[in-house]
Design a protein around this ligand. Structure first.
Ligand code: GLC
Length: 595
């Protein structure tokens, strides 16, 4: 059981992790344990694409679990019913024979502690091979190696070929501190053996306690969701493997297996509070795959990088340029000029790529060539065809050049800092000249020099440059604060509420995405609109807090997560953490929360 002195955060998370819908995993692990929704059993999925086995990069989303029908057995081999209590470091399984316990012995090994002095065990079905006939023949491939052992005496140990795989029945005579373990991995080294449960449990608890002990305090009302968000920040981490060169965070171990460019920048914003090197590694993991021309790929996964996509059109794919901005935020929390020195030239090349390869009409405003490069995949801004010169992209580039100016200054390269400032100012002027629409009071995205008739928060983005003339800024703020358009109960919809394209449920066609809220909070603070910034911060925090888990996006009318929104979503967790910490720091002096 949990030690009384254990971090209050671990206790706060008692039964918050619903393993019927989100995985019990661990920092660095690719193993995801789920409880079956109907039967007294579990299944184990792998957070791996395994494209060497099935080349389709999205096959992992539909692949059956590696282990299915994982049940607890009594000595006669009868299935034991159980009830579950979850914590980040342990899942207790209460049965009429006593308590079983599941913990990660290491990133590749799941240990199952047994009640003392009973005969009990497990049954599971595993399919370690993949085969299919191909046009000219066929292939047989090994998926992963599996080893099961225990630290006590087996009384039944049978492997039966079954349903294209094997059913294992393994019953042991438990002593005190007995455990069974299952290791799943690709290497064939000697197995470390099963440790007594008390050791695996003490290590797991220490790992998680150490994680929670580092997190900054926040107001009481945020703590349950804050604890859960930090659980996601650790649980979605994977260890280096293949092209994944650093320990890094998947947006969701459930549905986004890989590292994505702008997600990584957002994740780093949370990690900076607990482990600045882990935060910097999120950026390094993406810069490691910079292409020769300076482009950064959309995503990196074990077996490759994604730098082109062929739907809905075929083109190179990247993501918005926010790394320099994020790197400076890391520097604010943990100044590290060496890191800025290390990434300055890659960031300069990345900036140059946007203007060299993404500005067909050479007017100094960059364009998206593929909708997914915007990160706003299906937003109606891209319904009229590509390429599109858009205010969001050119705002990011302005912010990026402003960030490069600050970095150059920190590095003592004053003349470059001056050049970046001039360029940042020039792009604002250029946006005003080409994109500002006096009639509607919006910046318009342009397709073949024609304004695209859609109203989204991205048409207000240049607020974030902090360099707009008063009359433009005021008009944008009026749109932003208008409840008919954006300032509803669940701000900010990704398409204006009153735009004919608004669809509250479908990805970027209406739902609220909190990374966008975060950018607006940044923008508003920067231009001194603290009241609006705080309102948006509070709306964002309560939207996330209203639910038991943390999702990719939210219905803009009801605040509910649509079925298609990914669960345990990384940047929503990171934004919650950063905003809850900001809220804490904004408390007027003398009124600090008691923590
Ligand atoms: C979706 C989003 C994109 C994000 C990716 C990974 O494709 O549209 O912005 O980077 O998921 O989370």
């Amino acid at each position: 059981m949990i030690h009384p002195e254990t971090s209050a955060y671990l206790s706060l998370l008692r039964n918050k992790i619903d393993i019927k819908t989100v995985p019990f995993s661990d920092r660095g692990s690719r193993l995801l344990v789920f409880q079956d929704k109907k039967n007294p059993s579990f299944f184990i999925r792998l957070a791996e694409r395994l494209t060497a086995i099935q080349p389709d990069i999205e096959a992992y989303l539909h692949r059956p679990p590696f282990i299915q029908d994982f049940c607890l057995l009594d000595e006669k081999g009868e299935i034991l019913d159980f009830s579950v209590i979850t914590y980040p470091h342990i899942v207790h399984l209460q049965t009429h024979l006593g308590d079983f316990a599941m913990v990660f012995q290491d990133a590749k090994t799941i240990a199952l502690g047994l009640p003392p002095r009973v005969s009990a065990g497990i049954r599971f079905h595993v399919q370690p091979q993949f085969w299919e006939t191909t046009e000219g023949g066929g292939v047989f491939k090994a998926v992963r190696n599996l080893i099961y052992t225990s630290n006590c005496e087996p009384v039944r140990n049978e492997i039966t070929p079954d349903k294209g795989g094997y059913t294992v029945e393994y019953i042991v005579r438990a002593e005190d501190d007995s455990a069974l373990s299952i290791t799943i991995r690709d290497e064939l080294q000697l197995h470390p053996g099963t440790q007594p449960l008390s050791i695996s449990l003490a290590n797991a608890e220490a790992r998680w306690r150490d994680w929670f002990e580092r997190i900054p305090p926040v107001d009481e009302k945020y703590r349950p969701t804050y604890a859960y968000a930090w659980w996601i920040m650790a649980n979605n981490l994977i260890g280096p493997q293949g092209q994944v060169a650093y320990e890094a965070m998947m947006p969701s171990k459930l549905s986004y297996v890989g590292l994505w460019l702008w997600d990584s920048a957002m994740h780093a914003l949370a990690y900076r509070y607990v482990d600045p090197e882990l935060a910097r590694n999120q950026i390094r993991a993406m810069l490691a795959y910079q292409l020769e021309d300076g482009m950064l790929p959309d995503a990196v996964y074990d077996e490759g990088v994604i730098a082109t996509i062929d739907h809905p059109i075929s083109a190179e794919v990247t993501k918005p340029p926010i790394l320099a901005w994020a790197a400076l935020k890391l520097h604010e929390t943990d100044p590290d000029p060496d890191f800025l020195q290390e990434i300055y030239i890659p960031l300069v090349r990345w900036n140059a790529w946007w203007f060299a390869m993404n500005d067909d009409d050479v007017d100094g405003l960059a364009q998206y060539n593929h909708p997914y490069s915007s990160g706003l995949d299906d937003n109606p801004l891209w319904d009229h065809g590509m390429p599109v010169e858009s205010p969001d992209l050119n705002t990011y580039l302005c912010v990026q050049m402003g960030s490069l100016a600050n970095i150059a200054e920190i590095l003592g390269i004053e003349f470059e800092a001056r050049m970046w400032r001039k360029r940042a100012a020039a792009i604002v002027q250029r946006m005003i000249k080409d994109m500002w629409d006096e009639e509607s009071g919006l910046f318009r995205a342009l397709r073949e020099e024609q304004p695209i008739p859609v109203v989204t928060p991205f048409n207000l983005y240049p607020l974030w440059t902090g360099q707009l003339p008063d009359h433009i800024r005021e008009r944008l703020l009026a749109h932003l604060a208008n409840p008919e358009e954006f300032w509803g109960e669940y701000a900010l919809p990704s398409v204006a509420y009153n735009d004919p394209n608004f669809d509250p449920l479908t990805m970027w066609r209406g739902p609220v995405w909190v990374n966008i809220n975060y950018f607006f909070i940044e923008a508003l603070r920067q231009i001194g609109e603290f009241d609006l910034a705080n309102q948006l911060r509070d709306k964002t925090l309560s939207l996330i807090m209203n639910h038991n888990s943390i999702y990719e996006y939210y219905n803009a009318l009801t605040g509910e997560p649509p079925d298609m929104a990914a669960d345990i979503f990384g940047w929503t967790a990171a934004v919650f953490i950063d905003l809850a910490i900001q809220a804490n720091r904004d408390v007027p002096s003398g009124l600090e929360p008691k923590l």
